[in-house]
Ligand binder design. Structure first.
Ligand SMILES: NC(=O)c1ccc[n+]([C@@H]2O[C@H](COP(=O)([O-])OP(=O)(O)OC[C@H]3O[C@@H](n4cnc5c(N)ncnc54)[C@H](O)[C@@H]3O)[C@@H](O)[C@H]2O)c1
Length: 339
């Protein structure tokens, strides 16, 4: 089995790769993995350091928007899992072009290359943000797509292109839509790692508005197990929600992060929410369809958060250079999780 993981040097993709190469997915213990990644600001080869010595890992620097890069890398693979994306909502508000380019055109190029080179199975990783915002209840995969940010609109576009490649060309591609991930190796511009690293350093944290936004939190390992299950059992052209089953307002989340780092509310600075119409109040997914394949989240939020905070305590050498570089580049530090 040869697996190509696009975006495999990012937060979630690298978790999938590390897990696969350390025998975490039964039946894939011998899989050879190619990580194909452009290494944008969010891509980091250090995320693959724990498996860098594996003879079954190969790294290719390439851009999913470029046919030539894909043609050089895709042939010979049985499975492509596409994590590659511009993933930060706030950045998409400041500039949407890279989002449309990578998330829509790039995904289409991945599907086209898979078709051209006879890849047997493709999994496209998407987000629950494609559904918009929901006041009550939870989205099933049949709900309307009502994306509100350029990020989520671009992901919705890629989901529809995936479906079209399944229906028109018979590509065996399934799409997963997950809620907000957290865990180790999460780039410190996103809310949990930003808050945790600030608080560990005794720095204040910016809470948007009243902190009323509600998100469902999914530990990255649970997400990746869900992806692998859909790889193995999902149907072509179908969408599969993956959730963590734990909804928290940003205010509740902040309270838990303060407690986990031994800080109090004096470290919290309320700031005006910079996002306009692109700001969704609540996300909630019904993951019954994926549960029917055997999926259930295993890691409680308390357990996952403790593990995550400990990882950031133990791995300053990973995140300090990233924060220093972000400060120099004057990038917008932001707080939606996938934000
Ligand atoms: N993080 C979350 O909470 C979350 C939630 C829902 C969905 N998702 C989706 O999961 C996927 C992975 O998210 P993540 O949090 O790991 O993102 P990330 O930003 O940490 O990683 C993205 C990776 O893609 C690479 N990349 C970007 N553009 C590329 C291109 N043109 N060609 C090749 N590689 C490119 C980057 O270098 C990086 O390694 C994304 O598709 C995202 O939309 C993430």
């Amino acid at each position: 089995m040869r697996v190509l993981v696009t975006g495999g040097a990012g937060f979630i993709g690298s978790h999938y790769v590390r897990t696969m190469l350390t025998g975490g997915y039964p039946g894939y213990e011998d899989a050879e993995v190619t990580v194909f990644d452009k290494l944008t600001y969010a891509g980091n080869r250090a995320n693959l350091a724990p498996v860098a010595g594996s003879p079954r890992l190969r790294f290719v620097q390439g851009d999913i928007c470029l046919r030539a890069d894909l043609d050089a890398a895709v042939p010979g693979h049985d499975l492509v899992v596409n994590f590659a994306a511009e993933s930060h909502v706030d950045r998409s508000i400041h500039g949407a072009s890279d989002f449309v380019l990578t998330n829509v055109l790039g995904a289409q190029q991945v599907f086209e290359a898979a078709l051209r080179h006879g890849v047997r199975r493709v999994l496209h990783v998407s987000t629950d943000e494609v559904y918009g915002s929901i006041d009550e209840g939870s989205w099933t995969e049949d709900c309307l797509l009502e994306p509100n940010s350029p990020y989520s609109a671009s992901k919705a576009g890629s989901d529809l292109v995936a479906r079209a490649y399944a229906k028109t060309h018979g590509l065996d591609v399934s799409v997963t839509r997950c809620s907000n991930n957290y865990g180790p190796y999460h780039f410190p511009e996103k809310v949990i790692p930003l808050f945790v690293t600030n608080l560990l350093d005794g720095e204040p944290v910016p809470l948007y508005g009243e902190g009323a936004n509600v998100r469902d939190w999914l530990f990255v390992d649970d997400h990746c197990r869900g992806i692998q299950l859909v790889v193995e059992k999902g149907l072509p052209g179908e969408y599969y929600n993956i959730g963590g089953g734990r909804e928290l307002s940003n205010r509740e989340l902040t309270g838990l992060l303060l407690a986990a780092t031994g800080r109090d509310w004096s470290y919290v600075q309320p700031v005006p929410d910079p996002r306009g119409g692109g700001h969704d109040l609540r996300y909630s997914v019904d993951y019954g369809r994926t549960a029917a394949l055997g999926y259930a989240p295993r890691v409680s939020f308390e357990e996952g958060l403790a593990l995550t905070v400990q990882w950031y305590r133990d791995n300053r050498a990973w995140w300090e250079p990233l924060k220093a570089a972000a400060a120099t580049a004057h990038r917008p530090a932001a707080q939606d999780p996938e934000a």
